[in-house]
Write a protein that binds this ligand. Structure first.
Ligand SMILES: [Fe+2]
Length: 226
């Protein structure tokens, strides 16, 4: 008799194997109870800037299935920390002239726990600069944006620096329209400080992290309680 844990692992494995399956089988593997024809970020077109999804569509391959696991695991909340400033400017790029640090692009999707994309979700990011300093007087490296019709979002910034007691991270608040605010943090794989940071959670590590043309890139799927 399989345990609940076994079932979840099996579902995740199916989703991972989705890369090798025809699209209808992938959609069937996402047992979310959504009506047939419900929007699926792996298949739906997007009007946003080119993403891995649209690139995959252009090449006839299937993009990695979003990290939707049938409602088992909404993205965990984490402490806001002491450096949040409300009313950040609306902007998807936090880059400014003269800003130091390696460029970083993080892109992803906001989904409900039953695998539906959340459009117009608010994503409010804030982070330290490359020296590990927060701007607590202004809005440097702070900004909010909204997910598009496919639940997709994309952030341009710099790799955050490290400050005492913390591993490398980006803060974010995510809120579906009229939904509760999820406050959490995103992390980077392979950081020596991850294991020493008591706040760090592996579920919040960016995926698909790579360097391309000097730009660090990564992905993350937020899963909100439906
Ligand atoms: Fe922080």
């Amino acid at each position: 008799m399989p345990t609940d844990s076994d079932i979840r692992l099996t579902r995740r494995r199916l989703l991972q194997l989705g890369l090798a399956l025809p699209l209808p089988m992938v959609l069937a593997a996402c047992d979310d109870g959504a009506p047939t024809g419900a929007p699926n970020p792996a298949a739906a077109p997007t009007t946003a800037a080119p993403t891995a999804t649209t690139a995959a569509a252009a090449t006839g391959t299937l993009a990695p299935t979003p990290a939707c696991d049938d409602g088992d695991d909404p993205t965990p909340a984490q402490t806001e920390g002491p450096y949040f400033t409300p009313d950040s400017p609306r902007r998807a790029s936090l880059l400014e002239a003269g800003m130091g640090g390696q460029r970083l692009v993080v892109a992803g999707t906001v989904l409900t726990t039953d695998c539906r994309p959340v459009q117009r979700a608010l994503l409010d990011f804030w982070q330290a600069d490359d020296a590990g300093e927060y701007d607590n007087q202004g809005y440097r490296l702070r900004g909010h944006q909204f997910s598009d019709a496919d639940g997709a979002w994309r952030l341009e910034t710099v790799l955050p620096g490290i400050y005492t007691g913390r591993t490398r991270h980006i803060h974010v608040k995510v809120q579906a329209p009229d939904g509760p605010v999820l406050t959490t943090q995103l992390y980077f794989p392979g950081e020596p400080g991850n294991d020493r940071d008591g706040i760090f959670q592996p579920e919040l590590v960016l995926t698909d992290v790579r360097d391309s043309g000097g730009v660090r890139q990564g992905s993350f799927t937020f899963v909100l309680e439906g």
